[in-house]
Design a protein around this ligand. Structure first.
Ligand code: PMP
Length: 399
């Protein structure tokens, strides 16, 4: 068994912390922190602008990061990798650019599982464009109702926008099935990969998704950098989201000719150090392989779910197919009271609606507690958590 905690200085600096909130943002390995620091100290300059050596080195490190992302997700061309600020910006980019193409009456399918980041941008498009949003419902066990999807899709549906892995219930959606059916009707598929990317090996070519969005900070990289993958022919067709310097081929007072993808979507000075940092985070993950990380996460999730299910009054929202994301409520006890008690014991979990308010409404709950696992978590973390959870419940219920 690998002791992953030793790679993450946060745990040496906070030995009593039990960190179970990696779904919100993962901790950073020393390797990534040092590499970003070194870049600032030794090689920093703006990219793609200077003929001098520092700028050339910075530019090639930045370009290498794009290659690393391309290989990491199995994309065909590096032009298919657009850097954004994160998942939220990647989906806003798509919503904005598609708003120039979609017409009144066109239908966009979302799901009842979505994070606000993959809901509100489409609501905004609907408000101004007259597109119609329809929601693939969930079944009682929280899984998507694929029969509903297959019975309701039609040629009016232009986009299917779906989370790859729910950030509340925690299982992976059947992306292959959705893509197959959507493509039969000419619809494009956008996957919100914010959670998916940290816990599963992803190959966009095999999945045949049209777009995939994810954030660097959830895969042990820095904040401020994310990725939009898109099939090249689709990115070529979409208009840019932001405009300005560095994304132009030719500019006159009357008009501008944009560069091709990905530069077309990357206006202004990019987050250079963060992009390079993301590349190093991918190097770090590749040391262990995503297959290994996926398997380990499943085993620890199974262990955690079994233990949490045994705790008195707990009602699990997640189930045996969930991976690394486990949500639950405690009947008769406020989730906030429990999370406050856990916080006093240095146990970091998330409480609330996890930016998925409509899903919580659908489930008939006001809020939930969520544990989300990173590669550094182990059975000891789960044991401490379950112990303190039991402690909190018995104190609050006065038993
Ligand atoms: N989608 C899902 C499923 C998420 O879990 C998150 C992060 N909580 C996001 C989108 C948004 O990611 P970010 O805040 O990094 O843009």
């Amino acid at each position: 068994m690998i002791d992953f905690k030793k790679f993450f200085p946060i745990f040496q600096n906070n030995p009593n912390v039990v960190f179970l909130d990696s779904g919100a943002s993962a901790q950073k390995p020393e390797f990534v922190i040092n590499a970003m620091n070194d870049f600032y100290k030794k090689d920093y300059a703006n990219i793609h602008r200077g003929l001098y050596n520092l700028s050339q080195v910075a530019s090639s490190l930045y370009d290498e990061a794009r290659d690393k992302v391309k290989l990491f997700i199995g994309a065909k061309y590096k032009e298919e990798i657009v850097f954004t600020k994160g998942t939220t910006e990647a989906i806003n980019l798509l919503a904005y650019s598609f708003s120039k193409i979609l017409k009144k009456g066109d239908v966009v399918f979302l799901t009842e599982l979505e994070h606000h980041a993959n809901l509100i941008p489409w609501q905004e498009v609907a408000k101004y464009n007259g597109i119609v949003l329809k929601f693939i419902p969930i079944l009682d066990n929280g899984e998507l109702d694929y029969d509903w999807f297959e019975n309701n899709i039609s040629s009016e549906v232009k986009l299917v926008c779906m989370s790859g892995q729910s950030n509340v219930i925690g299982f992976k959606n059947d992306i292959e099935r959705v893509v197959r059916v959507a493509h039969n009707f000419g619809a494009k598929v956008i996957i919100d990969g914010a959670q998916l990317i940290s816990h599963f090996k992803i190959d966009v070519e095999t999945l045949n998704v049209d777009f995939l969005a994810f954030s660097g900070h959830k895969i042990y990289g820095p904040t401020g950098i994310g990725v939009l993958y898109g099939k090249k022919e689709l990115l070529d067709m979409l208009p840019p989201y932001q405009v300005g310097g560095d994304m132009v081929e030719k500019v006159s007072f009357d008009k501008t000719i944009f560069k091709k993808t990905p530069e077309k979507f990357e206006a202004g000075t990019p987050p250079i150090v963060e992009t390079i940092g993301l590349g190093y985070a991918i190097d770090f993950l590749n040391e262990f392989s995503m297959d290994f990380i996926e398997k380990e996460a499943f085993e620890l999730t199974k262990y955690a779910i079994e233990k949490i299910a045994d705790v008195k009054n707990v009602r699990l929202i997640s189930h045996r197919n969930s991976n690394a994301v486990i949500s639950f409520v405690v009947d008769g006890v406020s989730s906030f009271d429990i999370a406050s008690f856990l916080a006093m014991k240095n146990i970091c979990v998330r409480v609330g609606k996890h930016c998925a308010e409509p899903l919580h409404n659908k489930l008939g709950i006001d809020s939930s507690i969520r544990l989300s696992l990173g590669i550094y978590n182990d059975k000891r973390d789960i044991d401490i958590f379950v112990n303190e959870l039991e402690h909190a419940i018995s104190l609050i219920l006065g038993k």
